[in-house]
Design a binder for this molecule. Structure first.
Ligand SMILES: Cc1ncc(COP(=O)(O)O)c(C=O)c1O
Length: 400
C-alpha cells in the first residue's frame, strides 16, 4: 500500500456513512483504501483478491497503469465540453465501438441505466410513427434503477414502492419464445434483453432463443435491443455478448467496463434507427466528454493490444472445467453457468454465508439472483491469482 494513502480509522469512515450517506446499499463491513490490479487493501492493511472489481466495471483491474497516463494527460488538455462542440475523442471512440460491433452510430451517456433509457426512448421514437409504444422485457432481467429501466427490469423487488410504473412494459419468460410471441401485438415497439442475464443469476440465452427473437423482430418491424451493460467489452470472451451467438441486435447498450472505472454509458443503433434522433430529441450534459472518451479509448486499445480476450477465453475454460468437476462431486453446487469472465455458481446454501467465508479467506466474490455466487474478474487477471481465488471458492464450497 502506498505510504501517501491517508487512512482514517474504519470506525470514522463508517460513522460518516451512518450520519451522512443515504443507506440504499447493503454494506459488507469493509473499508477499502487502495487497489492495484486484481488486489485491494482494506483499512486494516489486509490484502484481498478482488474477483469482481467494480461490479464488472474495472476490466483492467484497480488503478491500471494503462489508464493512469491518459487520465493525467487528458486532465491537462480538455476535460469537459458541451455536446454542441465537436472534439477529437468522441467520434474516434464511436468509430472504434462500431468497428468492433456492427454498422451504426453511438450516443454517449454516463451509466448503464442512462444508456438503456436512451435506447428505450429511441425505440419509442421509431415506434411512434406507427403507433407503437409497448416494450417486452424478461423476468429476472436487470436494466437499471431509473423509472423506465426499473420498469423494464423483470423483478418485483425492484418495482416495490415505486408504483405506478411506466406504462407499456410486459414481461416474458427468458428462453421461451412462445411466451414472447404471446405478448407481441401491433403496438410492440421493442424487445429488450441481456444476452446473459447477469444480476438475475447468470442465465445465458440459448442461441435458438436469440435467433427466434431476431426473426420475430424482423417479421413484425420490432426494434431488438440487447442490454450489454454487463456482457459488453470482452466480459464474455468476445467484444460483445451477441458475438457469442451470431445474432445482431438493432440497438446495443454499454456501460460498466467501457470506462475502465470512469463512469460512461453508450448505446449503439443501426443506421436506419440512429438518425431518428435529431437535435432536441435526446441529450446528456456529461455524455461523451473528452475525458471519458479518451479513457474509454485507452480501455479498448489496452484490451486489444494486450490480447485480453485470449486471456479471458483461456482462463475461463480452466475455471469452468474446475467448477464443472466440482459440481459432479459436491451436492451444494446446483449449476455452473456463464461465459468468459461472467461466471455463476448456483448453490443450495445461503450464498451470503459463502461470500462472507470467501472474504474471511481474502477473496472477494459477489452474489447474483437469490443463490448464485458470481465472479467477474478483471480481464487482465493473472492465471496464478485467478486459480488461487478458485482454490478458496472450492475450499469454501467443500466446507459448506
Ligand atoms: C445488464 C445491466 N443493465 C443495466 C445496469 C445498470 O447500470 P448502472 O448501474 O450503470 O446504471 C446494470 C447494472 O448492474 C446491468 O447489469
Amino acid at each position: 500500500m502506498s505510504e501517501t494513502t491517508e487512512i482514517n480509522t474504519k470506525e470514522d469512515v463508517m460513522s460518516l456513512y451512518d450520519q451522512y450517506v443515504i443507506p440504499s446499499y447493503l454494506k459488507n463491513g469493509m473499508v477499502l483504501v487502495q487497489g492495484e490490479g486484481s488486489y485491494v487493501w482494506g483499512s486494516d492493511g489486509e490484502r484481498y483478491l478482488d474477483l469482481y472489481p467494480g461490479w464488472g466495471s474495472n476490466p483492467l483491474g484497480h488503478a491500471p497503469v494503462e489508464l493512469q497516463e491518459v487520465i493525467q494527460e487528458q486532465a491537462k488538455v480538455l476535460l469537459h465540453l458541451p455536446n454542441n462542440y465537436c472534439h477529437p475523442w468522441q467520434g474516434k471512440l464511436a468509430k472504434a465501438i462500431i468497428e468492433k460491433s456492427f454498422e451504426g452510430k453511438c450516443f454517449f451517456a454516463n451509466s448503464g441505466a442512462e444508456a438503456n433509457e436512451g435506447a428505450l426512448k429511441l425505440a419509442r421514437l421509431v415506434g411512434s410513427q406507427k403507433g407503437r409504444h409497448e416494450v417486452i422485457t424478461f423476468k429476472q432481467s436487470f436494466h437499471g434503477r431509473t423509472f423506465a429501466t426499473l420498469t423494464a427490469t423483470g423483478q418485483d423487488k425492484v418495482h416495490k414502492g415505486f408504483e405506478p410504473l411506466v406504462p407499456g412494459f410486459h414481461y416474458a419468460e427468458f428462453n421461451n419464445l412462445e411466451s414472447v410471441k404471446a405478448l407481441v401485438n401491433e403496438k410492440t415497439a421493442a424487445i429488450m434483453l441481456e444476452p446473459i442475464q447477469g444480476e438475475g443469476g447468470v442465465y445465458p440465452a440459448t442461441t435458438e432463443f436469440l435467433k427466434g427473437l431476431r426473426a420475430l423482430c424482423d417479421e413484425h418491424g420490432i426494434v431488438l435491443i440487447f442490454d450489454e451493460v454487463q456482457t459488453g467489452i470482452g466480459r464474455t470472451g468476445t467484444w460483445f455478448g451477441f458475438q457469442q451467438y451470431g445474432v445482431e441486435p438493432d440497438v446495443m447498450t454499454l456501460a460498466k467496463a467501457l470506462g475502465g472505472g470512469i463512469p460512461i454509458g453508450a448505446f449503439v443503433a443501426k443506421p436506419q434507427f440512429a438518425d431518428k434522433m435529431q437535435p432536441g430529441t435526446h441529450a446528456s450534459t456529461f455524455g461523451g466528454s473528452p475525458f471519458v472518451c479518451a479513457v474509454a479509448q485507452a480501455v479498448l486499445d489496452t484490451i486489444e493490444n494486450q490480447n485480453l480476450l485470449i486471456n479471458v477465453n483461456q482462463l475461463s475454460a480452466k475455471v469452468m472445467q474446475r467448477f464443472e468437476q466440482l459440481k459432479g462431486e459436491l451436492n451444494v453446487i446446483k449449476d455452473v453457468r456463464g461465459s468468459g469472465f461472467l461466471i455463476g455458481i448456483e448453490v443450495e446454501e445461503d450464498v451470503s454465508l459463502l461470500i462472507a467465508k470467501c472474504m474471511e479467506k481474502g477473496v472477494l466474490v459477489n452474489r447474483a439472483g437469490t443463490n448464485v455466487l458470481r465472479i467477474l474478474p478483471a480481464l487482465n487477471i493473472f492465471e496464478d491469482d485467478l486459480m488461487k481465488g478458485v482454490d478458496v471458492i472450492e475450499e469454501v464450497l467443500r466446507d459448506a
